[in-house]
Design a protein around this ligand. Sequence first.
Ligand SMILES: [Fe+2]
Length: 238
Amino acid sequence: MIDLNSYGIGMRFDEETMELTGFKGKRDVRKLEDMRGMFMEPDEGIKDLYYMFRGVDSFDSIRYDVTALLPGMVGEEYIKTKGHYHPDAYPEVYEVMKGKAFYLLQRSDDFESVDDVILVEAEERDIVVIPPHYGHVTVNRGDGVLIMSNLVSSRFSSVYEPYERKKGAAYYITVDGVVRNGNYGSLPHVRRAKPREARDLGVVRNRPLYTSIKNERDAFGYLEESEEYDFSGVFEFE
Ligand SMILES: [Fe+2]
């Protein structure tokens, strides 16, 4: 059992059953067969890739979700989420609760051409803001389960089609490093980054997301209306 109490949610994650204890909703499973076109080399060996617990709690129209990614590989690639863009300019914010993650972000205005790619390396307790107009994939780069939470508006549906059409994100994260996805046209180089504290966006070092939104709901208004906010300081680039 992985105790998540230190993240403020008073729940535990059972690694045997991959269930979040006390979760009232329906667990969604993303299986390899749901993501067959998204990897460089589909592998027959692995069945389940990750588990989504959507709506663990909600704060008006801001949803608090938990996601658990299994460790392991699909071919040469680390297990990852399917990847999507958000419509309009909705941002999102993630927190690593257990394990090690990469957040691979790619900016696009038209869901076709990509003009910025950022690979964010995150450790336990790191909080990563996904700025407006960045599509994102999460990669489990550790050797154990990766558990993360996120806060996101429930007013939109994610856009998966561009990632499906291009067979994944702009780059693949493999054992041999970062590999360009040939289904994209010209691409910028990957900018590597680490997350930074961003108090004006509710991101406070060593304070769990759930604690922050419970105490300061207004600090997350940017998840609904992002225009007035400055996202330029959320990463420290290498
Ligand atoms: Fe998202």
